[in-house]
Design a protein around this ligand. Structure first.
Ligand code: B12
Ligand code: SF4
Length: 501
């Protein structure tokens, strides 16, 4: 079959700080190639909808698969699916990815026949099975594990036994130089582990994989990395180096093969404190940027998010990170209940620390516990606003005022590391990048005010809305049974220990 895989356009956040390759889709692409399909990949983060329609009309794929990791991309994918069926009624349209997996049934209902089926969970095994079955008979697809169609839902998909079997089809992506994060420009992505053993209430990273945690073998990780041409590498793991021995083994393999890259990774503060040595090793290998999910700057908030760590541990982590000499970015989650004083306190704190501080807005998502405890209070159900930059639950401050405070705070934080100050601090790097024709980083330094604008954020709430998120079918719950949220059911019922108290 001719199969076209499509990643939707980038969200607000990625218009400034970064744009990264769709690694999940590249893995699905390789698995489909291994099953004998002719596969093309189109990334609408770097291309326009016209490019999609041209490819659809010109190449005439037998099947089109959309990646839907982000809830905010749902309306775009629904409209592309509708356009696909209008132009090519026989084309088999399917969708998969993180968010699609949690809202499979409602996605199919919105699509009204424009999406033939949704793949829940990992796509490497299910997508080839699905297309093989679709080539024979499209009427019984809903019996397959991890597949939902308007006719019904197959059982929960099994987790892949090994992450080593499929390497990403990176060569299928044109415009690879468009992918970057900060000064890592251009930048590729790599996965060393999959899943997370913690269980924060606002996060669906752990419920997707049934709170499992799996590792790529060091040999496979190094082989993948050796094939990467970009000098920068984004490690997509939810929490890097939870298992220090694995982190060491991968580093040793990379070291042995003399692979030299510059890395960005995300981790938890308590993991960094506990496993300092492995981070030091990676620093020697080229670790430059680290994102630590701080989420809150007071202990009561950390407890309510079930972060299973303390503020003391977070601050200790910042000390460790500083001692390593890597650039650190942290995230704080702004709650709808915040007033002017709270925003001011965050600004004050953020200006006092040397780290880059990001501020996102607390957002209940399908697949999270907060979705089942708080979704009923939503102020909007417009998918496009579920991007952690908009307030989707009622704010204590009037909404316009909330956005003014939010953007003011973000501006203060951004001024620390964007604009002239950053250009001065990174003058050498900027000049080298420009000389190589890499302009993503330098352009990023100027984009902030064009993208973050309180009036525009407010106006987004008034935009006509065709597709609305469905609420849970039950009243808000006091407690949620996590297993009911899982996309993949882990082999053994018991989750691995998360540690960190
Ligand atoms: C890396 C990452 C990013 C990268 C994006 C890279 C990219 N271009 O895709 C960056 C840093 C840019 C990013 C940004 C954001 N992210 Co992000 N991100 C992740 C993260 C940590 C890992 C994703 C990943 O690459 N995994 C590895 C690959 C192999 O897995 P995968 O993509 O899921 O693909 C597998 C399956 O999903 C499936 N699959 C995927 N696509 C398809 C398509 C088909 C057809 C099929 C059959 C199967 C299939 O098969 C793949 C192989 O098994 C996830 C958390 C997570 N654990 O998933 C959050 C996550 C997806 N991000 C999230 C959020 C909120 C954001 C932001 C909105 C945050 C912000 N601060 O503004 C932005 C929005 C960016 C945008 N879209 O423009 C949320 C999504 C919430 C939601 N429900 O919408 C997640 C779940 C984090 C969380 N714990 O809450 N993110
Ligand atoms: S530690 Fe990070 S990835 Fe894991 S559950 Fe908490 S927020 Fe999600």
């Amino acid at each position: 079959m001719r199969v076209l895989l499509v990643h939707p356009s980038g969200l607000m956040y990625s218009r400034i700080f970064l744009r990264l390759e769709p690694l999940g889709l590249e893995l699905v692409a390789r698995a489909l190639q291994q099953a004998g399909h002719d596969v093309r990949l189109l990334d609408l983060q770097t291309r326009g909808p016209d490019d999609y329609l041209r490819l659809l009309d010109g190449w005439c794929p037998d099947a089109v698969g959309f990646s839907l990791n982000y809830l905010a991309n749902v309306p775009e994918v629904l409209e592309l699916a509708e356009a696909t069926k209008r132009r090519a009624p026989g084309c088999f349209v399917f969708a998969g990815g993180h968010s699609a997996s949690f809202i499979a049934r409602e996605l199919l209902a919105h699509a009204g026949g424009a999406i033939d089926c949704v793949v829940r969970g990992e796509g490497e095994r299910t997508a080839p099975q699905l297309l093989a079955a679709a080539a024979r008979d499209r009427s019984a697809l809903h019996a397959l594990p991890g597949v939902s169609t308007p006719a019904g839902e197959g059982p929960a998909p099994a987790l892949l036994a090994s992450l080593d079997e499929v390497l990403p089809a990176r060569e299928l992506l044109a415009r690879r130089r468009a992918y970057f994060i900060g000064v890592l420009d251009p930048c590729a992505s790599i996965e060393l582990t999959r899943g997370c053993p913690w269980d924060c209430v606002f996060c669906s990273g752990w419920t997707f994989y049934g709170r499992s945690y799996r590792k790529v073998s060091p040999a496979r990780a190094a082989e993948d990395l050796a094939s990467v041409r970009e000098p920068g590498v984004f490690i997509v793991d939810d929490v890097a180096f939870v298992d220090a021995d694995h982190g060491h083994a991968v580093a040793a393999e990379i070291d042995r093969r003399r692979i030299r890259k510059r890395y960005y990774l995300e981790t938890r503060g308590d993991v960094l404190v506990r496993n300092q040595e492995v981070f030091r090793y990676w620093k020697r290998l080229g670790l430059e940027y680290m994102f630590i999910g701080l989420e809150a700057i007071d202990d009561a908030d950390l407890r309510s998010l079930r972060k299973r760590t303390t503020l003391g541990k977070s601050f200790e982590a910042l000390e460790v990170a500083r001692s390593l000499g890597v650039t650190v970015a942290v995230n704080v989650i702004a709650d709808a209940s915040w007033d002017e004083r709270r925003f001011a306190a965050v600004r004050e704190w953020a200006l006092a620390v040397p780290e880059i501080v990001h501020l996102t807005v607390a957002t209940p998502y399908p697949g999270t516990e907060t979705w089942h405890t708080e979704a009923r209070q939503l102020a909007t159900r417009d998918y496009r606003l579920f991007d952690v930059q908009h307030a989707v639950v009622p704010t204590r401050l009037p909404l316009a005022r909330f956005y003014e405070e939010l953007v003011r705070t973000q501006q203060v934080l951004a001024r620390k590391h964007l604009g002239w100050a950053a250009l001065r601090a990174t003058a050498g790097i900027s000049a080298r990048l420009l000389a190589r024709g890499q302009t993503n980083f330098v352009r990023m330094l100027w984009r902030f005010n064009g993208v973050y604008d309180p009036a525009a954020l407010r106006a987004d709430h008034a935009a006509p809305c065709r597709f609305e998120l469905r609420l849970p079918e039950h009243p808000p719950l006091e407690r949620v049974d996590p297993a009911r949220l899982y996309v993949h059911q882990p082999a053994s019922g018991a989750p691995p220990p998360a540690g960190g108290g």
